[in-house]
Design a protein around this ligand. Sequence first.
Ligand code: KG4
Ligand code: ZN
Length: 350
Amino acid sequence: MKILGFESSCDETGVALVCSKRGVIGQALHSQIDLHRAYGGVVPELASRDHIRRLIPLMESALSQANCSLDDIDAFAYTAGPGLAGALLTGAAFAKSLAFALGKPAWPVHHLEGHLLSPLLAQPAPAFPFVALLVSGGHTQLMDVRGVGDYTLLGETVDDAAGEAFDKTAKLLGLPYPGGPALAALAAEGHADAFDLPRPKLRSADLDFSFSGLKTAVLTQVTKLTNGQGHTALDPTTRCDLAASTQAAIVDVLVEKSLRAVELTGRERLVVAGGVGANRLLRERLTQALAARGQHAYYPPVALCTDNGAMIAWAALMRHQAGLTPVQAEPLSIEVKARWPLEQLNNPTA
Ligand code: KG4
Ligand code: ZN
């Protein structure tokens, strides 16, 4: 079976072709980072317009890599939420129109389920059950994953997401959007113990996170160090130290809570997914901590950590193989959900 998947929930347009026998056989991605950089964040209307421009050429590229045509596709899949409503609608309308014209099904996919199941594309793939740490620009969640479509939310951020914490503090240090990778690169040159930054909720009994205090703490430091002049007046060494201390504060909390989630659920495996999962320090710390307990951490390949079409086609395939594919009651209705709790997938009719 071949599924063509479309991702358009935020600032990446991704199209990929997944085959049930051979895995990902074609994929193409366009990042809108350059488009949004001047604004310091994603501009929803610009994102939607750009998705519309990119979908067809990216689809043609993914199909030609796989040496396939649209007639070879058995089903289409698209991100139906959560995300920016207008951006989601571009991919949804495109996938549903193709499906309708070709008489094939179009399956809606939950963006976070795409992230959650993407580590199963890697070798070795983790077996169910596992704890998943979902860390992206919009979400920070710990999930107990018992199988496809069988999830329990263990904890989540009460304010900013981990990626948002990276992006906002990076901006305070004068780094371009998206700040996560840039801050991580700067941090590699600095000392993580140079500044004592807050680690909110580190010792709280729950599995929730809070990151909004961190950006205030970094802002306070920048203001103090520069007499209110801002990042342009920071000396390069201090800037690196501040980046390293910030990254350490975020990673400390993510590691501590993930280990606690693994302990509380009694799971043997932790799967890390989402854009922040590309962070090297986070990977090193989790791998070491779990190995010391005889447990295992799994990560998707770095290219699959951030948004892409492969994770959407793959999640659709896994749901189909698990007998969870929705009935195509309304082939012409196009619905997306800007907000959509992942646990609703456990019982979609509820
Ligand atoms: O999953 P993703 O591509 O998009 C969302 O669904 O949000 O995640 C993007 C987030 C951004 O906040 C970005 O700064 C962060 O992932 N990110 C990183 C790294 N690479 C991407 N954060 C820290 N370290 C990285 N290496
Ligand atoms: Zn994402």
